[in-house]
Design a protein around this ligand. Sequence first.
Ligand SMILES: Nc1nc2c(ncn2[C@@H]2O[C@H](COP(=O)(O)OP(=O)(O)OP(=O)(O)O)[C@@H](O)[C@H]2O)c(=O)[nH]1
Ligand SMILES: [Mg+2]
Length: 328
Amino acid sequence: MAVDVGQLLAGLDRGERRALARLLTVVEDGRPEQLREIVAATYPRTGRARVIGVTGSPGVGKSTLTDAIAGALRARERSVAVLAVDPSSPFSGGALLGDRVRMQGHHADPDVFIRSMASRGHLGGLSFATPQAVLLLDAAGFDDVVVETVGVGQSEVEVAATADITLVAIAPGMGDSVQAAKAGILEVADVFVINKADHPGAGKLESELRGMLEMGHATAGEDDEPGWWPPILRTVAVRGEGIPQLMDELERHASFLADSGEGDRRVRARAVHTIREIALEQLRLRFARLDVGDDPLLEALASKVANRDLDPYTAADEVLAALEGGEA
Ligand SMILES: Nc1nc2c(ncn2[C@@H]2O[C@H](COP(=O)(O)OP(=O)(O)OP(=O)(O)O)[C@@H](O)[C@H]2O)c(=O)[nH]1
Ligand SMILES: [Mg+2]
């Protein structure tokens, strides 16, 4: 089905949620020309939203927390968009999260927008699509954009790390603190949330985490001193416990970002991430076009590599040089 991006952008200008939803589908599908049009049209009015990353291992309660955070932000009269990034699912549409949140009463609220996004198998995947989806939600005028990612792979962690504030959720009884350290999600945390604090083992998990962080602090040099030590909070997200304290930390961190210059640094980090992902995607697309089996250069190089006349690194250099020269 042909999508009239211009019409959807006009709808976005009029504040139509349906237009926003359809534009997000276009972003998810990742068609380069349409994406370019969307980002070019909306970019000038982005940069206002606060981006809150929520990451952690599967099942620790990220969605429940996100839901509670969204409720608390609404109570402060901030509009909220939630983007649940699901690397494991090829489907999207937000059915699961949407239903659950609907049950909890945000459904009639036009200032809450919930969307889940999956990788539709296009080349760059979610690390390409997510920053552009965030831009779109920012352009749509939401005060806060909460990005939920499962902290399983490096790219998901990176997505979270491009937020203005990153919450890392862990929970007792899941071996999470050790796993979290492995996946590199400890380093991206601005706030640690020990969720499911109603479960046994929350105290033990907290002291384990503290121990691990203190070890990290001890080895960090003076130059690494960021002026912000990630606090550790306990929550029972299903009952809303600990959420007021979490909101206080969000505020405290926002002041820190503004006062320290770290906020500007994060905005730049997000820009770097977005530029890099777009550039990589362009390269992938050009390479995919080249990789159709009938490209003479690639065919010739393949023969040489197969015959051991050329090593594959040198062959790859030649392909990249040809791409740079615009021959492909
Ligand atoms: N006891 C208890 N259960 C919780 C708490 N928070 C969430 N849960 C439950 O834990 C389960 C998983 O919660 P989700 O919010 O879906 O977890 P998630 O991290 O988003 O899961 P994935 O997106 O699948 O990685 C659900 O059954 C929640 O009701 C909590 O604080 N205490
Ligand atoms: Mg979830």
